[in-house]
Design a binder for this molecule. Structure first.
Ligand code: PHE
Length: 349
């Protein structure tokens, strides 16, 4: 701003600037503002006094006094802002009493948890582990497992097909309905002895309800060697049941049909809640809980992969991972696993 020496109010202005330069805190700034611009402040007085001047001086004096007022208003405002931002900075750096913000920590998904538990039991028994494709050829999901095209056994699995109509070079493809196709893939690649589990996602064309999901996880198991018998199957799966559900558990094997095993079995454990005594809501008042399908690898399947069934035999089993977790953790609806509700998921950290 343009001030002329010795003009009206100039002396006051210079003195005020000197004072302003000495200000060192907010309190002094407040005081300075009152002294200058308050009701009885020196600039207020300066403006009031204009009326006492000779009329030919009034115009210039008025202009000068106003400039001085604006100059100090702006100067003071700037200083206020400066103090305000310093204040925020200093608070931020010294307020140690503010509680810290906890970092959100994720946790393993319950399916991952149970897959790890299942894998641990079998790894301790000397099993290897492998994974396989989720988009599978009809050949592996069905045909090589002794389920030919148009065989009624296919009705046991509701299937999601991959649309291959646009490309005639593609063989029929589907989302695998079970992890059993990996039995074939593993046997085709290796020679016995084989002792392996296959955890992985599986898919079915299902209307979902409390016990059915269109996508879930299975753990397949396969053992092939010379001299493998049903006794090996029984003891292995009983051991699994006890490690998973408590050392007192008994396993029950009842005939069941799966085209790729002979004989086939449905494996149940006696109810861990009511000990199989009177029955309860967990076992549906039967005393037994079904936990998986199993059986001796069908000779036709062995032949199909080039093994001589007179020399080699084996057993296989397959279980639903979520079902095992539901039983262990008292979860009553399989849809909870994939509905992304953090209240459910956080319980497994
Ligand atoms: N794959 C079968 C199913 O999904 C389970 C099974 C596996 C049965 C291995 C026998 C042997 O129902």
């Amino acid at each position: 701003m343009d001030f002329q020496k010795d003009s009206y109010g100039d002396e006051l202005r210079l003195k005020a600037i000197e004072k302003f330069d000495l200000i060192s805190d907010l309190e002094q700034l407040e005081q300075f503002k009152t002294e200058l611009l308050g009701r009885k402040g020196s600039i207020t007085e300066l403006i009031k006094n204009i009326s006492t001047l000779p009329s030919d001086e009034k115009k210039d004096a008025g202009k000068n006094a106003n400039l001085i007022k604006i100059f100090f208003q702006e100067l003071i405002q700037e200083k206020f802002e400066e103090y305000k931002s310093n204040d925020i900075d200093s608070h931020q750096s010294i307020d140690l009493s503010l509680p810290g913000r906890r970092r959100f920590r994720g946790s393993f998904h319950p399916t991952t948890v149970v897959l790890r538990e299942i894998s641990k039991v079998f790894t301790e028994m000397g099993f290897d582990s492998a994974e396989g494709p989720e988009v599978e050829l009809d050949e592996y999901n069905f045909q090589k497992l002794n389920i030919p095209l148009d065989h009624p056994a296919r009705d046991m699995w509701n299937t999601l097909w991959v649309d291959t109509t646009n490309d005639s070079s593609l063989k029929p493809l589907l989302m695998r309905t079970h992890t059993s196709p990996m039995q074939i893939r593993l046997m085709e690649k290796q020679t016995p002895p084989i002792r392996i589990i296959v955890p992985g996602k599986t898919y079915r064309y299902e209307a979902t309800d409390a016990t059915h999901e269109w996508q879930f996880c299975q753990v397949e198991g396969l053992v092939v060697d010379k001299g493998i018998t049903f006794a090996h199957l029984k003891s292995t799966l009983e051991e699994f049941a006890q490690k998973m559900f408590g050392h007192k558990r008994k396993a029950r094997f009842r005939c069941d049909f799966f085209p790729f095993v002979e004989p086939g079995a449905e494996v149940s454990i006696d109810c861990f809640k009511c000990d199989g005594a009177d029955g309860c809501n967990v076992c549906g008042y039967s005393g037994w809980i079904e936990i998986m399908g199993a059986g001796m690898v069908h000779p036709e399947v062995l032949k199909g992969v080039g093994y001589d069934p007179e020399i080699y035999s084996g057993f296989a089993f397959g279980m639903g991972a979520e079902r095992i977790s539901m039983l262990k953790n008292g979860i009553d609806d399989v849809r909870l696993f994939y509905s992304n509700d953090l209240r459910f998921l956080k319980q497994f950290s």
